[in-house]
Design a protein around this ligand. Structure first.
Ligand code: MGD
Ligand code: MGD
Ligand code: MO
Length: 767
């Protein structure tokens, strides 16, 4: 039997034999499905799977709050579902009654799985909204700094995704693209929510063969795929703002600034220009100045500025740029530079944000707004910026700044996670472990014994997409795919929805939570509402039954030119931006009035807290780029074949320039210890000229594997870069994560090395 299935990294036809999935092949034959696909089947019933509900031993024996510091070190006791859910319902009742709903943190950030209905975050948020509310999180790890600064100066981040210049449009119109942070093809393997067909590589080949010239400005050469035939301009990490300023300086000095554009569409150039020219700080932002900071030769900067004065120029900013100290600045300065060129709102020109960040960003297929599970309203207004979780847990009652507001950290007694892995995504895991020891109860719903599950008190086993029915829609690529149940749940795994429904039952609101609908009723409802939505924009979707039978749908429509901010360009009065002045804000009075010392009213260059030009290079001379992994989606399916085959001696590979390896006497394939004052991990060395000297690259996602979990600051045996990164907000404006700001040292590991155990089951005690 053949059935369709889908996930964040592709769509497939599954061949079933005797109740097992025999094989998966791409839904669109010949599709460039990623290596991640290889990991789906071998993890399904693999050794890392959670098979039964489990409770942390000290918590079960001593009650809530017992030995929180043993989270991650304690044994587990497997229990029946009824007992686990009674304990959970009892805890929710106790905490609500004693401390109020805001004492429950259920922000539950993370990617979970594709599927409109069984979306873990939607389910848990719907549940807690009905249970009286919870402390939530705002913004995403991906682009928190961008999400906060962009509405002040340009437009919301969502429209930079949905209206982004498409590959089609770039191929037609762009003469020169400056890709700050590159256009990493590896990142287009996935799309949040699902994707029908991988098209980015073909588009990049078209771009490479076309008239446009591409410059990858990045510490890593392969952030531009060879198909693009791009030039590589290696840059010291976190110094892009300085380069942009020098380019702006050259344009200004050459009289090439589009002053008519600035006058009509922007405000504040006159406040910024004295800074650019050094009139108020005595530092003109010249190419010579930027050369010192960026490591890019002065002449190359001057020549690049000159090339930018001809033809249609697109300034492209990756999301990675802003996951760095003062990450707001590269976005602000990128917008200013594009404004000075005067091409914002023209096809293939101006500014693009997040292109190639996922498959859909740049994909020219038609888009549709798909319906989702209604999550309701949260009656509690307590929230944190998403990456402030350790700060919150460590400092209840403390005040902090965020986007012009003075806020207070709530006193969290219970943490509940479904569909995310904070021991993957958060920075400074040693600090997170200390913070994580504080709540009285930690609940994690997971498929696998991930580090987050191992650090919980109540662990509830959850199904994968292959064990339930759902609908994958690729918001940005025009596909919808029926995700059909292929196999029976492994062990005692249950759907997040069913788990929450049974807890709701114990708390007295099951009927409200489920609306008395079955799984298929929900899918039909989501489909029917999407169909109405489509009707409003003149599109006709088939009935649910026809869709389900066909297994997939691809919206008709040719490649689209979206012309980001084109309407604003046509008529900046009628189509004013949502910024306070309705214009692009080169100077923002709002931001200036917040009075944060670290962020002025216009873009500035400020040294990051750690960088290759700073004092810390004495002890830690290498800049660590912990970018997105090529072989995984974050930490997902790390135990799977596609990821495991990339490991070196069972550890995460770390790429290093041969020059830096030679200086340390390191051979290709050697095991190393990577360390700084915050922590240390093991990694396997992969020598590669594609990494600029002074930079090392260790992707995120290796499951955190502390050698001595009962001790603070233990060595991670596997290679999770977040034991090294700093837990510091980008600035008080957005408090975004700054993972890409990190210096380390690397040394050879001699003698015996501890075994990596992250993929094993935890230790169990009998009940
Ligand atoms: N150093 C550093 N750190 C980073 C970044 C970086 O660049 N550098 N990038 C950051 C970014 S951009 C992001 S988005 C985050 C990603 O961080 P996360 O989104 O937290 O990472 P994932 O590994 O995708 O975690 C999803 C978890 O959900 C589980 N899961 C999947 N499906 C289901 C389901 O149906 N139900 C339940 N209950 N669980 C499910 C998976 O098994 C997995 O453990 O990481 C951030 N962290
Ligand atoms: N295969 C795969 N694809 C993914 C994901 C995944 O886990 N796996 N995750 C998805 C998610 S959640 C997100 S948010 C996006 C993230 O998309 P991005 O944020 O763009 O991804 P990264 O891989 O962190 O960074 C891209 C490149 O930016 C460069 N870079 C880092 N710091 C700097 C800097 O200071 N200056 C310059 N010029 N370049 C720099 C690095 O060389 C890096 O390879 O990717 C998505 N795509
Ligand atoms: Mo992300």
């Amino acid at each position: 039997m053949k059935l369709t299935t889908a996930n964040h990294w592709g769509s497939y036809v599954a061949e079933l034999r005797q109740g097992q999935v025999d094989s998966l092949s791409p839904l669109v034959s010949g599709d460039d499905v990623s290596d991640m696909s290889a990991s789906i089947l071998d993890t399904l019933d693999g050794k890392s799977r959670i098979r039964r509900p489990a409770i942390r031993e000290s918590w079960l024996k001593g009650g809530p709050g017992t030995d929180g510091h043993l989270r991650g070190a304690d044994r587990f006791i497997e229990v029946e579902w009824d007992q686990a859910l009674d304990l959970l319902a009892g805890e929710i009742t106790r905490i609500r009654g004693t401390h109020g709903n805001q004492a429950i943190y259920a922000g539950s950030y993370g990617w979970a799985s594709a599927g409109r209905f069984h979306h873990a975050q939607s389910q848990i948020h719907r549940f807690y909204n009905m249970a009286g509310g919870y402390t939530k999180s705002v913004n995403a790890y991906s682009f928190a700094a961008g999400e906060v600064i962009l509405p002040h100066i340009l437009t919301d981040l969502r429209s930079t995704m949905y209206d982004a210049p498409s590959w089609y449009e770039i191929a037609e119109h762009t003469d020169l693209m400056l890709a700050f942070g590159g256009l990493a093809l590896k990142n287009t393997q996935i799309q949040n929510g699902g994707l029908g067909q991988h098209t980015a590589r073909d588009w990049m080949a078209k771009l490479g063969a076309g008239k446009g010239q591409f410059i990858g400005i990045s510490p890593i050469r392969d952030d531009m795929t060879p198909e693009l035939q791009a030039e590589w301009m290696p840059i010291r990490p976190n110094t892009d703002t300085a380069l942009m300023m020098a380019l702006a300086y050259c344009l200004d000095q050459a009289g090439k600034v589009d002053t008519a554009f600035l006058a009509r569409y922007t405000t504040g150039y006159d406040a910024f220009r004295p800074y650019l020219l050094g009139e108020n700080d005595g530092v003109p932002k010249t190419p010579a100045w930027a050369a010192q900071i960026t490591g890019i030769p002065e002449a190359d900067i001057t020549a690049l500025a000159d090339r930018m004065t001809r033809g249609r120029v697109l300034i492209s900013l990756s999301w990675s740029l802003q996951r760095a100290d003062h990450g707001e600045q590269s976005y602000w300065m990128g917008v200013v530079l594009a404004a000075m060129l005067g091409q914002i709102g023209l096809p293939g020109g101006g500014i693009a944000i997040g292109l190639a960040g996922e498959h859909g960003n740049g994909n020219p297929d038609p888009q549709l707004r798909w319906a989702a599970v209604p999550t309701g309203r949260n009656p509690i207004d307590s929230f944190i910026p998403v990456a402030r979780i350790s700060d919150m847990l460590l400092n209840p009652g403390a005040e902090f700044d965020y986007n012009g507001k003075r806020l207070t950290y709530p006193d969290i007694r219970m943490v509940h996670w479904a569909g995310g892995n904070p021991f993957h995504h958060h920075q400074d895991l040693n600090r997170l472990r200390k913070a994580w020891a504080k709540p009285e109860t930690v609940v994690v719903q997971e498929i696998f014994w991930t580090p987050a599950a191992r650090h919980a008190d109540i662990v509830l086993p959850v199904t994968t997409v292959m064990e339930r029915n759902d609908i994958a829609v690729a918001q940005l690529d025009g596909w919808a795919v029926a995700m059909k149940k292929l196999v029976a749940p492994v062990g005692q795994a249950r759907n997040d929805h069913d788990i929450m429904a049974d807890v709701a039952d114990r708390l007295g609101f099951k009927a409200q939570f489920t609306e008395d609908r079955s799984e298929m009723d929900w899918l039909r409802d989501i489909w029917d509402r999407s169909r109405q939505e489509a009707g409003r924009v003149g599109r006709e979707l088939p009935s649910f039954d026809d869709f389900w039978k066909a297994g997939h749908l691809h919206l008709e429509g040719g490649p689209e030119t979206r012309c980001f901010l084109g309407e604003f360009r046509k008529d900046p009065i009628a189509n004013r931006l949502k910024t306070p002045t309705g214009k692009i804000e080169i100077f923002s009075k709002t931001i200036a009035d917040f009075g944060y010392a670290e962020i002025a009213g216009h873009p500035t260059w400020t040294e990051p807290y750690e960088w290759l030009g700073g004092a810390a290079i004495e002890q830690t001379p290498l800049h660590l780029i912990s970018n997105q992994p090529k072989s995984r989606l974050h930490s997902q399916l790390d135990p799977g074949r596609g990821s495991v085959k990339t490991k070196i001696q069972g550890r995460e590979p770390m790429r290093m320039n041969p020059r830096d390896a030679k200086a340390r006497g390191l051979q290709d394939g050697a095991l190393v210890r990577v360390f700084n004052a915050r922590g240390s991990c093991l990694a396997g060395i992969f020598l590669d000229e594609a990494i600029m000297p002074g930079v090392v690259q260790l992707a995120t996602g290796a499951w955190y594997d502390p050698e001595a979990p009962e001790r603070d600051g233990s060595l991670d045996r596997h290679g999770n870069p977040n034991v090294l990164t700093a837990d510091r907000g980008t600035s008080r404006l957005s408090q975004g994560p700054s993972a890409h700001t990190c210096l380390v040292q690397v040394e050879a590991v001699l003698g015996d090395t501890p075994e990596m155990k992250a993929f094993d089951q935890p230790a169990f005690a009998s009940g």
